[in-house]
Design a protein around this ligand. Sequence first.
Ligand SMILES: Cc1ncc(C[n+]2csc(CCOP(=O)(O)OP(=O)(O)O)c2C)c(N)n1
Ligand SMILES: [Mg+2]
Length: 251
Amino acid sequence: MFDVHFWKNKYGRQVDKNLKKVTTFNKEHTAWRSSVKEAYLPAIQGEIDARNNPSDPIHPARMMARVREVAGDDAIYVIDGGDTSYFGATTFRTTKKGGVIGAAGGQFGCLGTGIPFAIAAKAARPDKNVVVINGDGSFGLNAMEFDTAVRHDLPFVCVINNDCAWGMIKHGQEMCYGDDRVCGSELGVVHYEKMAEALGGYGEFVERDEDVAPAVQRALASGKPACINVITDPCIVSLATMQFVEGFKME
Ligand SMILES: Cc1ncc(C[n+]2csc(CCOP(=O)(O)OP(=O)(O)O)c2C)c(N)n1
Ligand SMILES: [Mg+2]
């Protein structure tokens, strides 16, 4: 039988010691972070270019950059989705602690937490603009909470990065099994913004690059819980998905 006490005595103390070393001595990560950034630059150069140039269909990195331009670095951003989380995490910055909030359970964790977290953020900080970036799939998990937000007058803007799919899963299927063997991961064009409108919120459907920023502006000005449903390029695969899929291959 596995003896917990024996395990704790034999290995536990060493783990404690190592953790202490890490937390006590390794607080300065600047050099390490710069070397990682440098190493990644060739891989993310395309995304950096995409942010700065209009695209048709809209590149998700471009869509996020436009949202950031409008909402600014003083807003509270909440991120929810698969590939969407990657593009959100690489785009949004904040000047304050807690200004960019990821999924419950950490990055790429539990889908569906975006809208509830946005409602909580607005309740806690009514003076702030709160923007949630949602994948279209993850939006569906707690979209009914628009009703809660309307009832309690807690306005936030939900921008959907709508790639018409459970993108991270679909791209994984394509890479592992082939483009013709995608299963259960396509969602199609759905007018989620109409659901927000029907519940008393504000909604807009966006397909063109130049319409993203004005739509987000109107949503912020509406003073209502808002859903800006942006159709983005379904062929873009995030670096996170590529790394996951490659990492899981056992060869
Ligand atoms: C509650 C929950 N269910 C399932 C998953 C597995 N999962 C990870 S990413 C993903 C697809 C997410 O799709 P979407 O929200 O549209 O984001 P996209 O990847 O398309 O940007 C799924 C199903 C999860 N992380 N959490
Ligand atoms: Mg999606």
